[in-house]
Ligand binder design. Structure first.
Ligand code: ZN
Length: 240
């Protein structure tokens, strides 16, 4: 893979934040997007105290593997999120992961609490199912330590997402586009599933075989990028 330029990486993380805001995944100033530092120093991550829609490249800071904010050339005084171990520990455990998203996605939090398996009743869930979405159940509290971050990474395993019960979601991928689009699609899949439950429960959904075929047809990297580009244009139209 080509080594991403730092400016591009920070711009992508910022754009990812604003795309998540557009999808109503912001929770005031909480939730974050990160990308692995190409030089191995840690992660480039949204700074704390800002909402998703307020983030530009200058609010994306370098956080070391141990949570230290490194070399703030711009925006001195920016602070890191307390839950940085979600990002550092998942990337430590998964060399294939170069981007992580954590949000308090409202439909996903509500759906995960039903205890039901996510059903591929529309396209979106096929990016995750089968098998059913991974669930982190050890705590619904904040992930404030490396030990809890490692436990969360364990729950994610080799998957692209997990529900964090009573808390939110985590998604990951080899790049920012993949990780952010996974968060967008997981939230939409949960919204559709909640509507299905509200309508009396699904009586039909894609078989595993159909779901896996759809995963390849609907969400290969090139199509995820098309959706990302569309969302970027939409942000431009709403002045985001
Ligand atoms: Zn959180």
């Amino acid at each position: 893979m080509l080594r991403p330029m730092l400016d591009d990486l920070r711009r992508q993380v910022a754009l990812g934040c604003r795309i998540l805001a557009l999808g109503d995944q912001g929770d005031f100033v909480w939730g974050h997007v990160s990308a692995r530092d190409p030089d191995g120093r840690g992660v480039w991550m949204k700074a704390s105290t800002f909402g998703f829609e307020e983030i530009g490249p200058e609010q994306v800071i370098l956080v070391s593997w141990d949570g230290e904010v490194l070399g703030q050339v711009l925006g001195a005084g920016l602070r890191r999120h307390a839950e940085y171990p979600i990002h550092t520990e998942l990337m430590r455990a998964r060399p294939d992961v170069a981007a992580v998203v954590h949000t308090h996605a409202p439909w996903a939090v509500a759906f995960a609490a039903t205890g039901r398996p996510l059903r591929p009743v529309s396209h979106e869930a096929t990016l995750f199912v089968p098998p059913d979405v991974a669930r982190f159940t050890r705590t619904g509290d904040l992930i404030l330590t490396a030990e809890l971050g490692a436990a969360l990474a364990d729950a994610v395993g080799d998957r692209n997402a997990a529900f964090m019960l009573h808390h939110g979601i985590v998604t990951c991928g080899p790049d920012v586009v993949t990780a952010v689009m996974a968060a967008v699609l997981l939230e939409r899949a949960c919204r559709t599933n909640i509507r299905t439950v509200a309508g009396g429960g699904a009586t039909t959904w894609s078989s595993d075989e159909e779901a896996l075929a759809k995963r390849g047809h609907c969400y290969p990297p090139a199509l995820l990028e098309q959706a990302w580009d569309y969302l970027e244009r939409r942000l431009g139209r709403v002045g985001g």
